[in-house]
Write a protein that binds this ligand. Structure first.
Ligand SMILES: C[S@@+](CC[C@H](N)C(=O)[O-])C[C@H]1O[C@@H](n2cnc3c(N)ncnc32)[C@H](O)[C@@H]1O
Length: 477
């Protein structure tokens, strides 16, 4: 295998720790819905073979492997220290269905058996062109016939405003030897917010500063950060024998921040969907996409029938719709009544026997594409009351001991201040509320314990307690 040690991307990741993160858009429970909406029925995530390329320390992959113990999970990354950490955490958490390899994608041989899901989050735009094309080609060769790849990438439309700032900061750094944050602050202070130009650049610099010194060297200021236009990505994918079937988040097929008036203005472009997408990216300055791709010979069928829609599981989105019809009100009330759980759509349909099923399907579809309804491929029920003896699963306990972000039932990452991890590490199911409140009082007296515990329970972080009284129900996967 040729050495890649002289590549700046390789050098960065071998020597500097990439922050542990999870990415909800890469969750197969979400991707499988995007595939269905794109006309493809993928394997059940609970019985699948899944590969993550550029998995870093496994923080995205391990919670998924724990959630679906019958599936087989493979993570690869060229960063040797990150893969060593992923393996250690897997052992600590007793996760036996995930394997990790420290290898450059270009030289990785996964064997004959194809993958039902391939995840490449945060990789495409940060690797040289040769690796980008290898990634697409790899997906085509190693996806199952109905398999899907989730590939996120940065978009030129939004990054066009950032690139001159990045170039200016790099020039200033080269001239002054200043470190990154100080240089960004200097540049920020030169801007006159009273002008549209100054206000716009200041907004971008503030956004960069908010990412902070742990992220920026891997993101805006990475050795390679190469945003593409959407058509460039679709063309390269097609060249490799792959087809884009939608965004992982269906409510981002048209950017969620696009106003109704802008959507209306795009209608003349309906006959050329690629250009409608490009115009929408341009209109909102979109910076990022998480696209779902399938093989160009995948058995897709256009659209999703009402029955197919009712086979999904659904939960209420973060935004409650306004000005709804009586049918919509009934639907959203049913979703609110089961929140925070995600329930089979058929359960909702059964509770509304008077509803016209075609009208209901239309409402559900509209709700999904506007982000008012969050779909998953399978239900997820949990009780959001904190159990009497809070207990974290072995992976979360390992994360607590290591001070790593938690990953909730929706695959969202949650970080905590260092002192909180001491309390979290004590949540092994042996201590009551009162015991834990005492631990919290001793190591972080400023912590408002009860609301904090509720915040954890709201995110489904607790396991059911062994004694399993009515009070002790936790997440049911
Ligand atoms: C920006 S990080 C993203 C990590 C993680 N997927 C995430 O989104 O949080 C990019 C990752 O890709 C890995 N990587 C870069 N080039 C690679 C290659 N040729 N083969 C395998 N992994 C690679 C890096 O080591 C790094 O862990």
């Amino acid at each position: 295998m040729p050495s890649t040690a002289d590549c700046p991307v390789d050098q960065l990741y071998q020597t500097r720790r990439y922050p542990a993160m999870s990415h909800p858009l890469s969750d197969p429970a979400v991707t499988a819905v995007a595939a269905r909406l794109g006309g493809l029925t993928t394997a059940e995530p609970g019985h699948a073979r899944v590969l993550e390329i550029g998995c870093a320390s496994g923080h995205n992959l391990l919670p998924l492997a724990l959630r679906w113990p019958k599936s087989r999970w493979v993570g690869i990354d060229l960063a040797v220290p990150a893969i060593a950490e992923a393996r250690q955490v897997a052992v600590e958490a007793g996760i036996g269905n995930a394997e990790f390899h420290a290898v450059d994608l270009r030289y990785f041989d996964p064997g004959e058996e194809p993958f039902d899901y391939i995840i490449a989050h945060g990789v495409f735009s940060w690797v040289p062109d040769e690796v980008k094309l290898t990634l697409l080609d790899f997906c085509r060769r190693h996806l199952a016939p109905a398999g899907v790849a989730t590939i996120s990438f940065n978009l030129a439309a939004g990054w066009a405003h950032r690139q001159p700032i990045i170039a200016m900061v790099r020039d200033l750094q080269a001239a002054t030897g200043w470190e990154l944050i100080a240089t960004l602050n200097l540049l920020r202070d030169t801007l006159d917010e009273a002008t549209p130009h100054g206000a716009h650049l200041r907004w971008i610099i503030d956004d960069m500063l908010a990412k902070g010194p742990d992220i920026l060297p891997f993101d805006d200021f990475a050795p390679v950060n190469d945003p593409w236009r959407f058509d460039q990505f679709v063309l390269a994918a097609a060249h490799a024998g792959l087809r884009w079937i939608g965004e992982s988040d269906p409510s981002e097929n048209l950017p969620s921040v696009l106003s109704d008036a802008s959507r209306e203005a795009l209608t003349p472009l309906a006959a050329t969907p690629l250009h409608a997408q490009l115009a929408a990216d341009f209109a909102v300055g979109r910076t990022f996409r998480s696209g779902v791709l399938c093989r160009d010979d995948a058995p897709t069928r256009p659209g999703l029938s009402n029955d197919g829609l009712f086979d999904l599981a659904v939960r209420a989105g973060e935004v409650t719709p306004t000005g709804a019809t009586p049918l919509a009100q009934a639907l959203y009330q049913s979703l609110a009544a089961v929140a925070p759980s995600c329930v089979p759509m058929r359960q909702i349909v059964a509770a509304m026997p008077e509803a016209d099923s075609a009208a209901l399907a239309r409402l559900v579809y509209d709700g999904i594409i506007h982000g008012l309804i969050r779909p998953r491929i399978e239900a997820l029920r949990y009780d959001a009351r904190p159990p009497s003896h809070p207990s974290l699963n072995p992976l979360l306990l390992a994360c607590a001991r290591r001070g790593l972000p938690f990953v909730d039932v929706w695959h969202m990452p949650w970080g905590f201040p260092p002192a909180h991890y001491e309390v979290l590490a004590a949540m092994d199911g042996t201590r009551s509320h009162a015991d834990l409140a005492a631990v919290a009082h001793a190591c972080c007296p400023e912590l408002d314990f009860e609301p904090w515990l509720q915040h954890l329970a709201d995110r489904g972080l607790f396991q059911p307690h062994q004694t399993n009284t009515e009070q002790d129900r936790g997440p049911v996967f």
